[in-house]
Design a protein around this ligand. Structure first.
Ligand code: ATP
Length: 422
């Protein structure tokens, strides 16, 4: 594995060396597992680390955190811990375990296990490889299920015939990885996947687990292709029987991708922006308000997510036509767009084909949204206006004038409130 490891960024190499030292010091063999070995071999650049430890994952994490001088979050219930390094690099640490599924689509019974058992509980061969990182031992690839061959052949393959029955979320995961890497689902796996879908296994999984996989799909690079694959292979009845995406939805998804890229490029410091939520809101536009609310609740989305998604329903043709008008003034554009989240605004830009409305939205984000008045209620008080709802009305008027360009600075603003007060 040295040839792959040597190309890693220095901070990751250092982390691996230190983890190897901890492993030797506390005498617990440790391995890089999951997506890391897969992406390392593929040359992909996603450096979140999954470490599994034969012994005690939390103890290992505590020692590594001390060495790195970072804090850790313990998940005692699962016997795992997470280290966040420099706000960007995440290291998940667990103890090797085995899982037994008492029945179809149920949560597994978990107990400590060997490395081989830990690899066997995983979803696909390409995700079931490990790299030994204990200092002093050779950093070899441990590839019990021939994942490296499947990576080279571009194949998604489950580890045993009951895999989809044990955990049907793997149906979505298979589709996600297939689409992400442009792989094929190996014939027997595909056959078992289709049989699992046909027997309604997706409806048996807890909706929150389905939500997590769906969100992961919508965060992938090409959600339009992801959705198409999911609909073709798995259907969307686990969300709602009424969801039947047509060509228009896929076109809208592609338009959303372009607009999100534009937004990320133009406003890198936008704060929180949930990419998946724009696609999800677009998908739910096919459904009634009642249906949408039911789905949102069943999937356990947060109140804030619900608010953002439902606000997207106000984006109708009438609204879009108003925004497409060339006559509309900046203050009117501001008032139209201000109540919306960034997600809804991006959906709006994706739905509208018109260059005038796109320009209005760009101006809102670039200019209007950051305009601040130089005057405040104190200035009104000094003019003898008694505090009350009047303040907001007057300040709104001045703000509109500022947006429309008829006042430009504090002096103009003061002159205008003087006139209004008179
Ligand atoms: P990504 O690049 O999307 O983060 P990943 O493989 O790291 O891919 P995670 O969801 O973080 O994806 O999972 C980490 C690892 O845990 C997987 O590589 C796989 O080995 C295992 N895993 C995750 N979900 C399942 C599942 N439902 N069934 C079996 N194994 C799973």
């Amino acid at each position: 594995m040295e040839k792959y490891l040597k190309n890693l960024p220095p901070e990751i190499k250092n982390l691996i060396v230190l983890a190897g030292e901890v492993s030797r010091e506390i005498k617990m063999p440790a391995y890089l597992v999951g997506g890391f070995p897969r992406d390392l071999i593929l040359g992909a650049k996603d450096w979140d680390l999954d470490i599994t430890v034969e012994g005690n994952g939390i103890k290992f994490a505590e020692n590594l955190a001390k060495k790195l001088n970072v804090s850790l979050v313990r998940h005692e219930r699962f016997g795992t811990a997470t280290l966040i390094i420099n706000h960007c690099l995440k290291v998940d640490i667990a103890t090797t375990r085995k899982e037994v599924y008492p029945s179809c689509a149920c949560l597994p019974v978990v107990s400590p296990g060997t490395l081989k058992e830990d690899l066997f509980r995983r979803d696909f061969t390409i995700n079931a490889m490990a790299v030994n990182l204990t200092a002093g031992a050779a950093r070899k690839l441990i590839d019990v299920f021939c994942g490296k061959d499947d990576l080279a052949a571009g194949k998604i393959r489950i580890l045993h015939d009951l895999s989809f029955k044990d955990d049907p979320t793997r149906i979505l995961r298979a589709i996600r990885f297939k689409q992400r890497y442009n792989f094929k689902i190996e014939p027997k796996t595909l056959c078992l996947l289709k049989a699992a879908v046909k027997s309604g296994l997706l409806d048996k999984v807890h909706p929150h687990r389905m939500r997590d996989e769906l969100v992961s799909m919508l965060k992938e690079k090409d959600p339009s292709a992801q959705l198409k694959q999911l609909y073709d292979l798995g259907g969307l009845s686990f969300i709602s029987n009424s969801l039947k995406p047509d060509r228009q939805v896929y076109v809208l998804f592609r338009s959303i991708s372009k607009e999100i890229s534009w937004f990320m490029r133009s406003f890198p410091f936008h704060g929180s922006f949930e990419v998946w939520l724009v696609y999800f809101a677009a998908l739910l536009r096919q459904l009634s308000l009642v249906q949408s609310k039911r789905i949102i609740r069943r999937l356990g989305l947060s109140k804030q997510e619900e608010k953002k998604i439902l606000s997207c329903r106000q984006i109708n043709q009438r609204f879009i036509r108003r925004l497409e008008s060339k006559q509309i003034r900046p203050a009117q554009v501001f008032n139209l767009l201000k109540p919306f989240s960034y997600e809804a605004i991006i959906l709006l830009r994706s739905i509208s084909r018109d260059s005038v409305s796109k320009k209005h939205i760009a101006d809102f984000l670039n200019i209007y949204n950051s305009v601040r008045l130089s005057i405040s209620g104190d200035d009104l008080y000094r003019l003898g206006v008694l505090p009350g709802p009047k303040y907001q009305k007057i300040l709104n008027k001045v703000f509109a004038a500022r947006l429309n360009g008829s006042v430009k600075n504090r002096q103009d603003e003061l002159a205008l409130i003087g006139k209004i007060v008179k």
